[in-house]
Design a protein around this ligand. Structure first.
Ligand SMILES: [Zn+2]
Length: 284
C-alpha cells in the first residue's frame, strides 16, 4: 500500500526502501560485468534500482515465490543499460532518475520459473494460417508487462561469457518500442540521443544507425547460413538474432553489456553505434 501511494508522488519526493548492503554486494558479486563497474557507476546503479523496485510490480507465476534477491537481480540487470544514457527525448539528464522513463510504459514484471511455450499463429502470403509453438525465456509487449524466465535470469552470471542476458534483451526491446506508434512493431532503431555520433540532425543519425545495423545484420545472417549449409563455425551469439532487425539489436546489446571485450572483437562496427546510444556523454 505504501509503495502504491509513493508511486503517485513525483520521484524526488518518493522515499523508497533502501537496499540492504549484504543484498547489494551479493548481486554485484554474482555478475562479473556489474563487479567491473567503477564505484560511481555502482552507486548510480543502486539508486536506479531502488526506484525501479518501487515503480515496478513483480509477480511470480506458476507457483514461483519471488524473493527480494530475485527482484533486485532483475532490477540490477534492467537498469544497467540506463546508467549513462540520455533521456527519452534525446536530452542529457541531470537527475538520473529521469532515465527510468525509458521503462515508463509499464509496471508489471511477470516472472516464470522457466521458459514458457507460447502458441503462435501466422498467415502466409497464400492466406494459409500456420500454428506453431515458440519457447520463450522472456517477452516484452509494447505498453504492456514484461515476462522473464527465472531460470534464465539466474544463470546471467555464468552466461556472460556467451554474451547472453535475457533481462537486458527484453528491456532493450522496451527502448526500441519507445517511439513506436500503436500497432507498429519494433525495428531495431530506438530513438537516438541528440548529437548522436557527431551528427547534426535526427535524419542523419537515423541514417547512420540503419546503414550500420543493416550491414552488421547481413554479415551475421550470412555467417549463420554458412555454418548451417556448409558446416562452418557457428558465429558467436544466438542465431535467434537472424529473426529480424529488432532481435538482432536485442541479442547484440546483451553481449555489449555483459561481455564487452568479446563483443568489440566480433562486432567492431557496432561499438561506436552502441557507445553513442548508451553512453553519449563520452567524448569521441
Ligand atoms: Zn527478443
Amino acid at each position: 500500500m505504501l509503495a502504491l501511494i509513493q508511486r503517485w508522488l513525483p520521484r524526488a519526493l518518493r522515499r523508497p526502501t533502501p537496499i540492504p548492503d549484504p543484498l547489494w554486494r551479493r548481486i554485484i558479486a554474482e555478475h562479473p560485468f556489474l563487479a567491473a563497474l567503477n564505484t560511481q557507476a555502482q552507486q548510480r546503479l543502486r539508486l536506479l534500482c531502488t526506484h525501479f523496485l518501487l515503480e515496478k510490480e513483480f509477480h511470480g507465476a506458476n507457483g514461483l515465490v519471488l524473493t527480494d534477491t530475485m527482484a533486485l537481480a532483475i532490477a540490477g540487470l534492467a537498469c544497467l543499460p540506463l546508467l549513462h544514457m540520455h533521456g527519452v527525448s534525446g536530452e542529457p539528464v541531470r537527475d538520473p532518475l529521469k532515465l527510468l522513463d525509458w521503462y515508463g510504459d509499464f509496471v508489471g514484471i511477470v516472472v516464470q520459473p522457466g521458459a514458457v511455450v507460447a502458441r503462435r499463429k501466422t498467415t502466409d502470403g497464400a492466406g494459409v494460417v500456420h500454428h506453431y509453438d515458440e519457447v520463450l525465456a522472456g517477452e516484452a509487449m509494447d505498453r504492456g508487462p514484461l515476462m522473464l524466465s527465472w531460470e534464465d535470469v539466474a544463470s546471467a552470471g555464468e552466461r556472460a561469457q556467451q554474451g547472453h542476458n535475457v533481462v537486458i534483451h527484453e528491456f532493450v526491446h522496451k527502448m526500441d518500442m519507445h517511439d513506436m506508434q500503436m500497432g507498429e512493431a519494433p525495428d531495431g532503431a530506438p530513438p537516438l540521443p541528440s548529437g548522436f555520433m557527431g551528427t547534426r540532425s535526427r535524419a542523419e543519425a537515423r541514417a547512420i544507425w540503419r546503414r550500420t545495423m543493416q550491414a552488421s545484420y547481413d554479415r551475421f545472417c550470412e555467417a549463420v547460413t554458412m555454418a548451417e549449409r556448409f558446416g562452418g563455425e557457428q558465429p558467436w551469439l544466438d542465431d535467434y538474432a537472424t529473426k529480424d532487425a529488432a532481435e538482432f539489436f536485442a541479442v547484440t546489446c546483451e553481449a555489449y553489456f555483459v561481455n564487452r571485450t568479446r563483443f568489440a572483437l566480433e562486432f567492431p562496427e557496432l561499438m561506436p553505434l552502441y557507445d553513442g546510444f548508451f553512453n553519449p556523454g563520452i567524448p569521441r
